[in-house]
Design a protein around this ligand. Sequence first.
Ligand SMILES: [Zn+2]
Length: 69
Amino acid sequence: MDIERDNSGDECDRADYFIESVIDDHVKEAMRKANEIPLGNPGECDMCGDYFSRLVNGACGFCRDKYVV
Ligand SMILES: [Zn+2]
């Protein structure tokens, strides 16, 4: 019984470690992308045509959220 419990614990620990490492990669990737994002400029969005005080690569935040994964 003790051995079974220990085994499931190990699997749990491995799963947690795996998830944490995946999240860590995502955080690093997000930080890398955030560092690459320029401050942006005001203007009309290339995608929706509305005026925004801050465009990045010609797209407003809404369009970037919608189309950039
Ligand atoms: Zn837009």
